[in-house]
Write a protein that binds this ligand. Structure first.
Ligand code: HEC
Ligand code: HEC
Ligand code: HEC
Ligand code: HEC
Length: 483
């Protein structure tokens, strides 16, 4: 496929051959044996429960997504990313930011998260509900910028009245499901989100020509990607015109996005910097990692074949951690390694990744507070703006990696490279600040002590919803509230 342009053709052929050999170790024909030519379903079917009768095994597997923990895990805890309420200050993500749950919970989770407010727009529903393609059909481009609470939620929920509501939870029946990935009549894999098709098109890839193996990734890449809301109508847009790496997307935000009047997602009230928020780029990181380059699809690991009633093989529709199914998800290809060896490799990658993440986020925190001090000490405007640029850049390069949900596994090297760029940029902001603060005779030791104090205050607050309140204080005021 064209995404990997510039690759030596011979190498690509070799990789394709290897993939074909590897794919041979899982028997797909068996799984497809009882697939019918066409179903009795309407081409517009969006209710998940409507697929139950014809596909009871896949439906039963899908229901296992309800097994997700009922309690959310906040990312603000010490073991994950305790500095986020500082780093996202003045933005919804300082209020509530949780680890993912199963697909069946997506609609109720987006409705209930504290980030949603009266200004939230239709675009927020885009990767959550099977109702979205129909809403887009009905509303056209009005969908994106419509009021989430007033226009979108009532319509999404109303679509599902009656039927088998209860067994999937209050809204779960219309949560991410069959019609998002399958044509209800032929059950072929399909793309239902135009933002993906458009972005691929701008990269010169025609998705309608995609191979079956590419589709096993593309169905996921409709949602598991970085995006932003276009400045004019709030439309979900993928920043891929320059490529899929963090540096390509950063360049896009500095260049093409600004040309279209998109300057930032929010302004930090600590550093006053115009900030970008990154979102879950699983597809992008995967695409230039070892497995992506070898053509191993998302579904190979996340939807391994499973035997349901002791004889029939189906693709698992329970999307979660492949480490729960190492035998089927990994040993199908890595049969030369034991389960313990594979688990150990993944754990080592993830531990090194998280350690580097904590370090680079510490630099980012410092950069925000150093610039805060530049502002309160009266440093020259142009120097403040220069430092703010590096704060923005530093944060982008860790956030795009932290928002990726595999803790480094999909692309360990890509993660490490971006985090190094992040630390360099944050340190550059700090160096600019030190030069100016020294001229202004600011006590830098006191500044360091105050940073330690404010960080400790945020960490020590036990209520995740209140942590952000401690991120500004008398020494580090909210700079947006200064005269
Ligand atoms: C996130 C995307 C996605 C969703 C949602 C989804 N599927 Fe699938 N489904 C796939 C993929 C990928 C395959 C593997 C296709 C292949 O390799 O040909 C698949 C395969 C299938 C197959 C072929 C047999 C098999 O098991 O491989 C059936 C039937 C099926 N799905 C039914 C369903 C039903 C019913 C639902 C809703 C309860 C559903 N799917 C939801 C992605 C999805
Ligand atoms: C229509 C959008 C959409 C599609 C298509 C989609 N996902 Fe997701 N996925 C989500 C959202 C949203 C969440 C988070 C749900 C939540 O936390 O409530 C999620 C969560 C997940 C999780 C975490 C589950 C957990 O228990 O924490 C995995 C793994 C995952 N998706 C894999 C996949 C794979 C693999 C595919 C393709 C076969 C895919 N997804 C297709 C939107 C999508
Ligand atoms: C080579 C196997 C492999 C491939 C290919 C792969 N993943 Fe993963 N994925 C993993 C592993 C391993 C984890 C980490 C699981 C853990 O920490 O327990 C993971 C984690 C995730 C998570 C977070 C799950 C959670 O429980 O929070 C999501 C979401 C996800 N992957 C989506 C994708 C998408 C989308 C693609 C394709 C673009 C993809 N993955 C390709 C192996 C794979
Ligand atoms: C469809 C085949 C396939 C599946 C499934 C698969 N891999 Fe791989 N894996 C590969 C290929 C191909 C490579 C690259 C060649 C090599 O090093 O063997 C690779 C490489 C690796 C590497 C070395 C990567 C590096 O950058 O050094 C690790 C570790 C790994 N896989 C772990 C896993 C784990 C864990 C799973 C399951 C979650 C998994 N793989 C699933 C095919 C697969």
């Amino acid at each position: 496929m064209k995404v990997f342009q510039g690759k030596n053709l011979l190498l690509l052929l070799a990789v394709l051959l290897l993939t074909a050999v590897l794919a041979g170790c899982s028997n797909s024909s068996e799984a497809m044996e009882d697939k019918q030519e066409t179903t009795d379903l309407s081409p517009d079917e969006i209710l998940n429960s409507a697929f139950k009768e014809e596909f009871p095994l896949q439906y039963e597997s899908y229901l296992k997504n309800m097994d997700s923990p009922s309690e959310h895990t906040s990312k603000f805890i010490t073991e994950i990313e305790p500095n986020l309420p500082i780093l996202f200050h003045n933005y919804g993500f300082m209020l509530e930011y949780n680890k993912t749950r199963g697909h069946t919970y997506a609609v109720e989770d987006v409705i209930n998260v504290a980030r949603i407010n009266d200004n939230s727009i239709g675009s927020c529903m885009t990767c959550k509900s099977t109702a979205v393609p129909q809403l887009l059909d009905d509303m056209g481009d009005e969908y994106w910028g419509a009021s989430f609470k007033e226009d979108i939620v009532p319509r999404t929920v109303a679509y599902g009245e009656g039927g088998e509501l209860e067994e999937l939870g209050e809204y779960g029946h219309l949560s991410i499901g069959c019609s998002d990935c399958h044509d209800p009549v032929t059950m072929d894999l399909r793309i239902t989100r135009p933002s993906f098709t458009n972005a691929m098109d701008r990269m010169g890839v025609d998705v309608s020509e995609a191979s079956k193996n590419d589709m096993r990734t593309y169905v996921c890449a409709q949602c598991h990607v970085e995006y932003y809301f276009g400045a004019d109508n709030g439309k979900v847009t993928f920043p891929w015109d320059n490529g899929l790496k963090p540096e390509d997307m950063f360049e896009y935000y500095e260049d093409q996005a600004k040309d279209q009047d998109f300057d930032y997602d929010w302004i930090s009230s600590i550093s006053g910097a115009p900030m970008l928020k990154a979102q879950h780029p699983e597809f992008e990181l995967w695409s230039y990692g070892t497995h992506g380059e070898a053509g191993v699809s998302c579904s190979d690991c996340h939807m391994p074949y499973e035997r349901t009633d002791g004889k029939k093989k189906i693709s698992s529709h329970h999307w979660g951690s492949p480490m729960e199914t190492v035998e089927q998800s990994c040993r199908s290809c890595h049969g030369d390694k034991s389960e313990a060896e594979l688990v150990n490799r993944v754990e080592n990658i993830q531990e090194a990744h998280l350690e580097a993440m904590h370090e680079t986020q510490d630099h980012s925190v410092k950069s925000h507070y150093y610039v805060n001090r530049m502002i309160t000490a009266g440093a020259p405007e142009d120097k403040i703006e220069e430092a703010q640029y590096y704060v923005r850049k530093g944060q982008w390069f860790w956030d795009i990696i932290a928002a990726e949900n595999s803790d480094g596994f999909h692309n360990p090297q890509g993660g490490m490279d971006a985090m190094r760029t992040s630390s360099d940029a944050s340190n550059q902001a700090i160096q600019i600040a030190i030069a100016e603060l020294t001229k202004l005779e600011v006590d830098l030791e006191e500044l360091e002590r105050e940073i330690e104090k404010v960080v400790a205050d945020v960490h020590n607050e036990e209520d995740p919803f209140k942590k952000h309140e401690h991120a500004v204080n008398e020494y580090f005021p909210n700079v947006l509230e200064l005269d």
